[in-house]
Write a protein that binds this ligand. Structure first.
Ligand code: CDV
Length: 294
């Protein structure tokens, strides 16, 4: 909490009005460990938000007039577990929450030192992708692996999001299907957030845990991406760091007016497969009438 408040104060001193903290900010990234029952992980979960531990952060943010987005593990009163983000406005009130939808990794113990057990510890989120107003800006909420999925950004953009706040933990080891070469991991992260920003004409604020946490290295790479897909600010190291950008609504305007003018160019009648299919299926055969003599 001391580290978060120190970062918040530095942000306020730089004139920031919105701060994004990483996914599962309050604990270690515990899905790297297999515990024989998910209940044994309950020490990592928050039963309410704010609570006695986090109240000082809420109080300080209110005093400073800074809105923030905070990731944590949520245990609901009916014992459901989610990888959650809460959005707190400048007056210290929670204006919305998001429960992570794209849970990567696996549910079974693969008996490796570092695993990726989000499917074991969490349920798939049940509140969709929300857009909330923070410090007067329309902010879409998403978490970590969501940033690699085009659907995340589009669903948020269609609700008028100007920015998307994404906290994340991307470990260098133990993730099935990821190339463990650090350069590639960083490329894939930047490719994802830049593409999401550009194709939806919105800003992306991506905040990472970094350095070595409990023996596992995380890629870091926090950054701010413009609606043009440009990375305008990026973490330079592995320690606690403030990555600052100046929000300018004008940057999105030319993209929204022409190339990504959704209401003019989108053709949802041809996008059914996106919501009907999860995995790959047979090609859909379209018949074009006329045009052939034989
Ligand atoms: N916490 C995450 O969701 N991490 C994922 C995994 C796959 C590394 C990520 O996309 O960064």
């Amino acid at each position: 909490m001391r580290r978060l408040i120190a970062l918040l104060e530095r942000a306020a001193a730089h004139g920031c009005r919105l701060v994004v903290f990483p996914e599962l900010t309050l604990t270690t990234f515990f899905p790297r460990y297999f515990l024989p029952s998910p209940e044994m992980a309950e020490k990592y979960f928050e039963r309410e938000m704010p609570n006695a531990d986090t109240q000082p952060l809420f109080d300080r943010a209110r005093e400073l007039g800074v809105a923030f987005v905070l990731g944590y593990a949520e245990l609901t009163p009916d014992q459901r577990r989610f990888n959650t983000v809460c959005a707190v406005d400048v007056d210290g009130t929670i204006v919305g929450s998001y429960r992570k939808i794209h849970l990567p990794g696996h549910a079974e113990d693969r008996k490796m030192e570092h695993q990726h057990l989000e499917k074991y510890y969490f349920e798939v989120g049940d509140v969709g992708f929300p857009v909330v107003t923070l410090a007067g800006l329309k902010v879409g909420l998403a978490t970590c692996n969501d940033r690699r999925w085009a659907e995340t950004y589009r669903v948020l953009a269609l609700q008028g999001a100007d920015l998307v706040a994404i906290g994340y933990n991307t470990p260098v080891s133990g993730v099935p299907g990821m190339n463990p070469e650090p350069h590639r991991m960083m490329e894939e992260h930047l490719l994802s957030v830049r593409a999401g920003a550009y194709q939806n004409a919105l800003w992306v604020l991506a905040a990472a845990k970094s350095g070595v946490e409990d023996g596992q290295r995380l890629i870091g790479g926090s950054c701010i991406v413009t609606p043009g897909g440009d990375v305008v600010s990026r973490a330079t190291g592995d320690g606690d760091e403030l990555v600052i950008g100046a929000y300018d609504p004008g940057v999105a305007e030319p993209f929204r007016a022409e190339m990504f003018n959704f209401s003019r160019h989108r053709r949802p009648e041809h996008y059914q497969l996106i919501v009907e299919r999860t995995g790959v299926g047979e090609p859909v055969v379209a018949a074009i009438a006329g045009g052939h003599d034989d």
